[in-house]
Design a binder for this molecule. Structure first.
Ligand SMILES: [Zn+2]
Length: 432
């Protein structure tokens, strides 16, 4: 029963899957908008959790027809449900996960919104609402990809697991981390976390850089600006340290890994704290910050050591004292290889739907896939997205919603492997 009609060729079947998705277009958009009407903010963002949205999704899952639904409620002051819905496949020993999150961030500055963030509006082929792209589009697409197969009475190639998780926007303690603690993942599971992407859908994110934020506190001696010899200018010493650091650290840690955009580590001075309020005082203290995104090939301790070395020199030259405090130090998760099965399968399905050749890429960090990778699993991040996450007037492009639904439907069916133009992640350390 429920087998693929024998005489159908692959192409004919692909067309059938695509036209089935097209036939559900209005229904998909309608339920997408229905879901977006339910805010789902975490208590840390002043909300009442994901309970109501989870109820909405449970209803949809029951309509679609899955084989198992498991609810994992993380303990909290408000409901924090995580939904795991499983559709059995032909091969019951293997599982393909699509993990999306139900929570959204607050709308932010209300006056920047042209429409009500929780009353979705369709305008020029886009659905405007908070949560439309982050992460509603992919959630709905992953769900309707399964409905398309069910309508055609096609059994997926392997078990399909739709995970609608809570709490992605405020740390994932009640979501992905909670689920990892339940031991429900298996070593060879194929995991897609479609929570980031680019407008043409060509990026399959498989790796992240380590994140190192440094607070630089320079201490000198305050005095009148007309008599600099009586003090030590902390601002001048801090600037000297900053310039030297940028020059030398960039040279020392100059390896490039071509899967990353940009390919080299980055070291950027960012925030600057105010020092003295008036022009005619030499500051006795000066504080600024460095944001460093470091290739996973490097050890962050090594970077810290080199930065300290520059500070020691500037201290000797100027007489100022330079303190270096790591504000954030997050080691990159182990990259998922570009030739991992989940990356290749997804790339192949994306290629078939959109006629593009997606490539594995690394980013400056970080997505919630890192949590999954750190726990020892391969995970790929993808989505055909205009990158509207957290912006005012967030929208999702309806064509992307429908196209990505086709991608998931093909994936569940078991998209035949084609060339994706995918390269590995191990290649290409280039030192100048
Ligand atoms: Zn997100």
């Amino acid at each position: 029963m429920n087998e693929i009609p024998e005489k159908m060729t692959d192409n004919a079947l692909t067309d059938k899957i695509f036209s089935t998705v097209e036939g559900m277009r209005d229904e998909i958009v309608e339920n997408f908008m229905g879901m977006l009407r339910i805010p789902a903010l975490s208590p840390a963002n002043g909300g009442e959790g994901e309970g109501k949205k989870a109820e909405y999704l449970m209803r949809l899952l029951k309509e679609i027809g899955v084989d198992e639904i498991k609810l994992y409620d993380a303990p909290d002051t408000v409901p924090r449900p995580n939904i795991i819905a499983i559709k059995h496949g032909k091969d019951r020993t293997r599982r393909l996960w699509v993990m999306t999150h139900t929570d959204v961030v607050p709308p932010g500055e209300a006056s920047l919104w042209e429409t009500d963030p929780f009353e979705p509006v369709v305008k020029n082929g886009k659905v405007y609402a908070r949560g439309a792209e982050d992460n509603g589009q992919e959630l709905m697409a992953s769900l309707y990809g399964l409905k398309a197969l069910n309508k055609l009475r096609i059994i997926p190639a392997m078990d399909i697991v739709l995970a609608f998780v809570a709490d992605e926007e405020t740390g994932s303690e009640k979501g992905i981390k909670f689920l990892l603690g339940k031991g429900i993942f298996k070593k060879d599971d194929l995991i897609i976390v479609p929570d980031a992407g680019n407008p043409d859908g060509t990026e399959l994110e498989v790796a992240e850089k380590s994140i190192l934020w440094l607070k630089i506190i320079t201490k000198g001696k305050q005095c009148h600006a007309s008599t600099p010899g009586r003090g030590i200018n902390a601002f001048a010493a801090g600037m000297r340290f900053g310039v030297l650091t940028l020059e030398e650290i960039k040279k020392e840690f100059d390896a490039e890994n071509r899967i990353f955009k940009p390919p080299a580590s980055t070291f950027e001075p960012t925030k600057k704290e105010a020092n003295v309020p008036n022009v005619n005082t030499i500051p006795g203290e000066d504080v600024f910050y460095l944001d460093c995104r470091i290739l996973p090939e490097y050890d962050m301790e090594e970077v810290m050591k080199s930065v300290r070395g520059v500070a020691d020199r500037v201290e000797r030259e100027t007489g100022a004292r330079i303190g270096i405090e790591p504000v954030q130090m997050e080691r990159a998760a182990p990259p998922t290889p570009g030739d991992a099965e989940v990356v290749q399968l997804l790339g192949s399905a994306v290629n078939q739907v959109y006629g593009i050749k997606p490539k594995p890429v690394g980013i400056g960090g970080g997505t919630c896939a890192a949590i999954v990778r750190r726990a020892g699993f391969n995970a790929v991040v993808w989505g055909k997205l205009d990158d509207m996450a957290h912006s005012p007037n967030e929208y999702a492009v309806v064509e992307n919603l429908i196209g990505d639904t086709k991608v998931y439907a093909l994936l569940y069916f078991g998209a035949p492997m084609t060339t994706t133009g995918a390269g590995g992640t191990k290649n290409l350390i280039i030192s100048r």
